[in-house]
Ligand binder design. Structure first.
Ligand code: GDP
Length: 467
């Protein structure tokens, strides 16, 4: 690893343009299983353990540098064994933000933590998360959460991933739904990329399960150590970036911000973005070419009383989250690519963004249902799930259910296709009225799985009625 690397110049990569970025970590799992608490615990521990200012403030993500990971994880993480600079946690938990965060050809997150409440086992959103992880080939670790509620669990026994782990893990497993092990046991390395087939030492199952309590913090050091260790071992090459090169990222959210107009929150996963860069952003109809007006980061809490919640920065390098203020962003789409043009031909960059948008675009057919979703990534996930359910799609777009969607659905030849499936979107009031008069059925839900189930039940009913 870093034995020969004595000058320890791992920071800004000032001589060598190639640097290692932090792996990007997303947290998934069923509602109430503890995703937010776990993220809060990790951030909280980082604040306690780190020197002032050690964890960098980002938009949409929290960077926990290696030295802070190491002080939280103690003996489990010796900083000398690592040259990855730490971990970047996406702040918004849930598969929704996970699917939004896509990068060239896949998920933006390099690693996921699948949080499962030991008392509740696998629930619909756990299964959905697993499905998404599998499809995007994202390696993950199961955080078996709320172990503080398991009778007989002894937090004073050695670290869960040490030798005593198995004895303790029996207690966890007895509390977990049997299906957890059935599902996990049945996942093979073919479901993931072979190199990223993760196995926690001393734990004989295919996917690492780390017992944790987001409440007491137990197991958090182990979780961090496992993630750091596996990233270092299996992901180092993927973390190599041209740090000075033009930035490449993904839009996380499009937001109005007082004093700045429409802004985009982005996660940068390669290169650098500077305050005077020209950028190309994926838009509703075509790529948007614009100039950065300001790069914004949250101000330290103590300073917020003054003016804006944000402070301007001159530049930022991957991996990081940043807010970009620029003109013309109204049509930007969550989940769309962002590229810095610097030193490159504008046409070439525009073409790349077009190609990436085309690559994400859902294949539609002459006849089928209308699909709406809030982000490009969730649209893609919907299309995949509908493909599996053999439901054809006539139109797939980002945005709320609008009157023109009703018009499209109302032209369907088959009654079962006079339907709109909206994932994480609203139905506009005038669309609702129109749906009634045009006899179009609108389904909306926040769980893909349930949305498709509802639609299938509806189709079954229609078919029964026809017989
Ligand atoms: P999310 O919906 O997955 O983000 O779940 P939350 O983080 O909001 O947690 C849901 C509930 O479970 C909250 O009331 C938390 O306080 C509680 N909770 C989360 N983690 C733990 C844990 O490790 N132990 C216990 N006892 N409660 C927890």
């Amino acid at each position: 690893m870093s034995d020969t690397d004595t000058d320890t110049d791992t920071g800004a990569g000032s001589h060598d343009p190639t640097s290692l970025r932090t792996p990007i970590v997303a947290v998934l799992g069923h509602v109430d299983h503890g995703k937010t608490s776990l993220l809060d615990k990790i951030r909280g521990s980082a604040v306690i353990e780190g020197e002032a200012g050690a964890i960098t403030q980002h938009i949409g993500a929290t960077a926990v540098p290696l030295d802070v990971v190491s002080s939280i994880a103690g003996d489990l993480v010796n900083p000398d064994d690592f040259d990855l600079p730490g971990l970047l946690f996406i702040d918004t938990p849930g598969h929704h933000s996970f699917t939004t965060l896509r990068s060239r050809g896949g998920a933006l997150a390099d690693i996921a933590i699948l949080v499962v409440d030991v008392n509740d086992g696998f629930q619909p959103q756990t299964l959905e998360a697993l499905d998404i992880l599998k499809r995007s080939q994202t390696p993950f670790i199961v955080a078996a959460n709320k172990i503080d509620t398991v009778p007989g669990w002894n937090p004073n026994e050695d670290s869960p991933i040490n030798a005593t782990y198995e004895a303790q893990s029996d207690r966890v497993s007895s509390r977990l739904d049997e299906s957890l092990y059935e599902i996990i046991g049945n996942l093979s390395d073919e479901d993931f990329s072979a190199d990223l087939y993760w196995r926690v030492q001393n734990f004989q199952r295919n996917v690492g399960v780390v017992p944790v309590s987001a409440m007491t913090g137990e197991g958090v050091p182990d979780l961090l150590a496992v993630m750091m260790g596996l990233s270092q071992r299996y992901m180092k090459e993927e973390m190599e970036i041209d740090v000075q090169g033009p930035g490449v990222g993904t839009v996380l959210e499009v937001k109005e911000e007082k004093g700045f107009g429409t802004t985009i929150d982005i996660v940068l996963y390669d290169g650098t973005i500077k305050a005077d860069d020209q950028i190309v952003v994926g838009g509703m109809n075509k790529p948007i070419v614009t100039d950065v007006r300001a790069l914004l980061q949250p101000r330290p809490l103590a300073e917020i009383r003054t003016e804006s919640r944000f402070e301007k920065v001159d530049e930022i390098s991957a991996a990081s989250g940043i807010k970009v203020a620029a003109p013309e962003l109204a049509d930007a789409m969550a989940g769309a690519p962002v590229r810095v043009v610097r030193n490159r031909e504008l046409d070439e960059v525009v073409e790349e963004v077009e190609a990436e948008l085309a690559d994400i675009a859902v294949d539609t057919e002459e006849q089928g249902v209308v699909v709406k979703a809030d982000t490009l990534g969730s649209l893609e996930a919907m299309a995949d799930a509908l493909g599996e359910a053999e439901v054809p799609i006539v139109r797939a777009e980002v945005g709320d259910v609008a009157p023109r969607d009703i018009s499209v659905a109302s032209t369907a030849e088959e009654p079962k296709q006079r339907a709109i499936l909206g994932f994480n979107v609203e139905t506009l009031a005038d669309a609702e009225q129109r749906a009634e008069t045009e006899d179009v059925t609108v389904f909306t839900d926040e769980v893909i799985y349930q949305l498709i189930e509802e639609y299938e039940e509806y189709v079954d009913e229609l078919e029964r009625a026809q017989q």
